[in-house]
Design a protein around this ligand. Structure first.
Ligand SMILES: [Zn+2]
Ligand SMILES: [Zn+2]
Length: 339
């Protein structure tokens, strides 16, 4: 019997365990992917730590997947064996519920599927994916280095293009880390007057080399005042997981500005006076669908945008995960499947 290998979490707060399983047959509107690489994302901790109710174990995490379609299930149209595809957080949608019919498939009422959380993900040599979750991968985009674009890349790219800013507008990227180092590149290539914000000066040179036109050291500056002195931000992309940092910067929004929150924090306190007179807004952002992933990959290809990665062999998923969680990774961690 043909087998695959997975790095699975046996139970909440468990450690990764290598397992052999029979190769699964794709169901209706599903494909089987031979995985080439999978990024290690902070959200994988939801599965590893059991932080989301209803996860069934053992579970294979991983939602920054690039691979090749190896088998098609029934009723799959428009996709072929041999096509390179990516899969992100979005696990699929039904296509017929009111949200899907209003072009909001991310909020599908029937298929609340999350790759690597409600269904097995890409810490594996093979995985199944639903067709709506698939993104085509440009031929000359490297699988291993590009895997993080499926979550970290797409979330920042998509939030920025939906932030209401246009070319020339002042846009701040709060945090120069796994998300922020990509956010800076997307902001600059989308034509924004890009400001990188981080604690200390040690990442300034890197931020500027990635496309930041200005840099603010959040440890010394009054962040909000610094942004207001530049005219106020049309958008701020909050990639950090610190409510304090978001609270310190929100006053830097300009008229009709939006704070786009993509880093999860338990509680965020905003002074409404920072919003009212400026008609400013605070908005959360869902990463995106298969189509958004595809746009991200193509935009990255066209503009030479790349994730800076540390690469681990698939069998070292535990080390890779712990390194990512330590916050010391520069900047994304990727598992490479051997083939
Ligand atoms: Zn992610
Ligand atoms: Zn739906």
């Amino acid at each position: 019997m043909a087998m695959m290998r997975v790095m699975a979490i046996p139970s909440p707060r468990g450690r990764f365990r290598l397992a052999e399983r029979p190769l699964p047959e794709p169901g209706r509107e599903e494909v089987r992917i031979r995985v080439a690489a999978c990024g290690v994302c902070h959200s994988d901790s939801l599965t590893v730590e059991g932080l989301m109710p209803g996860i069934r174990y053992p579970r294979v995490p991983g939602h920054e997947v690039i691979g090749t379609i190896e088998a098609l299930g029934p009723d799959v149209d428009g996709w072929s064996v041999g096509t390179r595809v990516g899969v992100g957080w979005f696990g699929g949608s039904c296509g017929y519920c009111p949200q899907c019919r209003r072009d909001s498939a991310f909020a599908c009422e029937n298929a609340q599927e999350v790759t690597g959380v409600t269904r097995d993900g890409g810490y594996a040599t093979h995985m199944l994916a639903r067709v709506p979750a698939l993104a085509r991968v440009p031929e000359d985009l490297d699988s291993v280095t590009s895997a993080p674009l499926l979550c970290a890349g797409m979330t920042t790219f998509n939030a920025l293009r939906n932030a209401g800013a246009g070319p020339g507008d002042l846009v701040a990227i709060l945090g120069v880390g796994g998300l922020g180092h990509l956010g800076i590149q997307y902001a600059a290539r989308q034509g924004f007057h890009t400001v990188a914000v981080n604690r200390g000066r040690d990442k300034e040179e890197l931020a500027r080399s990635l496309g930041a036109y200005e840099y603010i050291d959040s440890a010394v500056a009054d962040l909000a005042a610094a942004l207001r002195a530049m005219g106020g931000a049309k958008a701020i992309l909050a990639t950090v997981t610190s409510a304090e940092a978001m609270e310190a910067i929100v006053g830097g929004l300009g008229p009709n500005g939006t704070l786009m929150v993509i880093g999860a924090v338990p509680k965020l306190t905003i002074n409404s006076l920072d919003l009212l007179a400026k008609r400013a807004a605070v908005k959360g952002w869902y990463s995106g669908t298969g189509r958004d992933s595809e746009d991200t990959l193509m935009f990255s290809r066209m503009n030479g945008i790349a994730s800076i990665n540390e690469i681990y062999p698939f069998e070292r998923a535990q080390d890779a995960y712990e390194h990512m969680m330590s916050g010391k990774a520069r900047f994304r961690v990727v598992l490479r499947m051997d083939d």
